[in-house]
Design a protein around this ligand. Sequence first.
Ligand code: NAD
Ligand code: WQD
Length: 345
Amino acid sequence: MSDKGKIIVTGGAGYIGSHCVVDLQLAGYTVIVLDDLSNSEIGVLDGIAAISGVRPVFHQVDICERSALRAILKEHRDAFGVIHFAAFKAVGESVEKPLAYYANNLGGLLSLLDTMSEFGLDNLIFSSSCTVYGQPAELPVTENAPVQPAQSPYGNTKQICEEILQDAVAANLFRGVISLRYFNPVGADPSALIGELPLGIPNNLMPFITQAAAGLRTELKVFGGDYNTPDGTPIRDYIHVSDLAEAHRLALERLINKEQSSAYEYYNIGTGRGSSVLEVIQAFERVSGIRLKYKIVDRRPGDVEQVWADTTKANEILGWKARRTLDEMAASAWAWEKKRVESRE
Ligand code: NAD
Ligand code: WQD
């Protein structure tokens, strides 16, 4: 396999990062993973190796620890750039522990940027989120929609991180920075060798569904059936994690080929299609053959009614398009859950 160059991936043992590492390695990049394993397991590297045939170089490090990070980036200063996934991501937990979220998500980015600029690493891809749009006035939401006041400390960290990146680029500290605003990543690699590892009771819909189907949760609650949507349940743009991984590679290649029109760019990464909670449940039932028991209960505080992406910008400029269907998302999430159940037995 040709070596296309070295890329550093923070949070590369995590859910989205691990799928991105697989995609990059299959495309011929050499990947260096930095992760403190605060929300992942070392065994993820075995899955990555089994799928892609390559075990990435791994450094267990908290990126907030500047001296440790400095030694690693010094060693890998020949890398083209960094894809930065490492952050805390649980919305509810961020309300209870705001300081931990600001410290890790802002502190991690600042420590990374400072150290990158010291070693001349001047290209970065950042994991942002559709949460920056809140409930948009117009759907599908384009990148021109205003960023709305954040609903949680977690959401606020994404907004502040994007502002930090814009300021750093304006000061010419970095050559190319791309923020990818993910919609709702779900599913797993078709091998079922890597996937999402939620800690405790999942907050997100798809892992709750698969755990309920596996008998690990008693009842699936649908949070709200009285929204102004066709079936009364909220609508989201669910995107297969493997499609999301590919978007990172294409964004990276835009930086490598120096194709940017501006040093800081940002893109919506979704499918462009919205699905309601009940449609996700139906897709799961269709692909698994399992009938789910669910109950419609009160709305979950802070939830927006409906949001899905206009992906024209990513389609036309990055040359990227999500290809996988909602059924493929549900089927791969279920295959991964079943594998985990077997490994626990
Ligand atoms: P994840 O928790 O599975 O992965 C994050 C990884 O970063 C974990 O392996 C964790 O151990 C590591 N990490 C956290 N803090 C660290 C630190 N200080 N130093 C080193 N490693 C650290 O989460 P994910 O779902 O893969 O999300 C990846 C990124 O995408 C995050 O920035 C998240 O906010 C963002 N994002 C996620 C979603 C989603 O729904 N999953 C949606 C939008 C944006
Ligand atoms: C989807 C829909 C729930 C669980 C969150 C973050 C967002 C981003 C992605 C990181 C909603 C409903 C859920 C359940 C349910 N993450 N639901 N029963 O809230 O769109 O986005 O993850 O950036 O920032 O907020 O995703 O999967 O939690 O919920 O009815 O047991 O499923 O109410 O309508 P959400 P989700």
